[in-house]
Ligand binder design. Structure first.
Ligand code: GDP
Length: 298
């Protein structure tokens, strides 16, 4: 992930190194290269435009500060702006003042929600919490089963409708789970919801109903980093249909070009909070925009 983008940007900056003064033409040539590199990495066009516009303005107007030469100054501006489009400050989980904290997961089918539910539980346990998983994805016959497997791997209790009762009502399951959490002293409840293969009104309505019923402290929109340009459209649909408080990028271990990561936070105005980087429970990390920017410009 980001390898090609990172190589392209590094090569671009190499040309600037050692220049005593940067002319407007130098800056423009650099901006053109950055623009091409971002587009090739599948970053959404409006994001590319806004990003390169800000870099150009700052590169031409800011005083060169202290020990930096003009080339280094441009790299610094690009770094600052990358941190900005990745969400700025690290955004940590928002816990309820009175437990349980409720975290709802939303996203398309296959985005990685169920896997993430397990990873979050595993990580929360390591932070001293007693998480509980809730199977409110009753759309696919196998979804409850899959969450139970994930719960076992994470060592977390799973609340699910009894098998054999027909298809349960996901809103009811999610609502009931809060009482179960209180009685069993679970301080964090992670609600896994159904996804579809595409954006679908019924799916959005169901997720919105669950949201209304459980009044979550966080709604995490899980998105597969591999979906490239479709990321923006999908994120906007979930923002309008369900609304969310943060983004989780999954499958960052794949050979995604990074466009989704660079577009979604900027377009939705919501921070990327976690990254999922594999199929095992441990392959999960808090997302730090500054470290990700460093990795890109390494
Ligand atoms: P859901 O439909 O949104 O609940 O998605 P799942 O959690 O079932 O994930 C869909 C597929 O992606 C499964 O085969 C997971 O093992 C896989 N998966 C989930 N997260 C990751 C990840 O971070 N990296 C990789 N390589 N695979 C993942």
């Amino acid at each position: 992930m980001f390898n090609s983008l990172s190589d392209r940007l590094t090569a671009t900056f190499k040309n600037l190194r050692g220049k005593g003064r940067l002319s407007e033409a130098d800056v423009d040539a650099t901006i053109r290269e950055i623009r091409r590199a971002l587009l090739d990495a599948d970053v959404a066009l409006p994001v590319v435009r806004a990003f390169t516009g800000r870099i150009r303005d700052r590169a031409l107007s800011e005083e060169v500060s202290g020990a930096l030469n003009p080339g280094q100054q441009v790299v610094k501006v690009v770094n600052d702006e990358l941190v900005g489009i990745l969400g700025g400050e690290t955004r940590r989980l928002n816990y309820a003042k009175r437990p349980p904290t409720v975290i709802m997961l939303a996203g398309l089918q296959g985005a990685g929600k169920t896997t993430l539910a397990g990873k979050l539980a595993y990580w929360l346990k390591s932070e001293g919490h007693r998480p509980m998983l809730v199977a409110a994805d009753l759309q696919r016959p196998n979804a409850v089963n899959q969450l139970e497997i994930v719960g076992e791997r994470a060592g977390a209790f799973v609340y699910a409708p009894e098998p054999g009762n027909g298809v349960g009502d996901p809103v009811q399951v999610a609502t009931d789970s809060l009482e179960v959490a209180k009685s069993k002293l679970h301080d964090v409840v992670i609600v896994d919801t159904a996804g579809r293969l595409g954006i679908d009104e019924e799916l959005m309505a169901q997720a919105a109903d669950i949201r209304t019923a459980v009044n979550p402290d966080e709604v995490l929109f899980v998105i597969d980093a591999m979906i490239g340009q479709d990321a923006v459209k999908t994120a906007q649909a979930f923002l309008e249909g369900v609304d969310f408080t943060g983004v989780v990028l999954s499958k960052l271990d794949g050979d995604s070009r990074g466009g989704a990561a660079l577009s979604v936070a900027e377009v939705t105005g919501k921070p990327i909070m976690f990254a999922s980087t594999g199929e095992s429970m441990k392959e999960f990390e808090q997302f730090h925009p500054d470290r990700m920017a460093d990795r890109i410009l390494d």
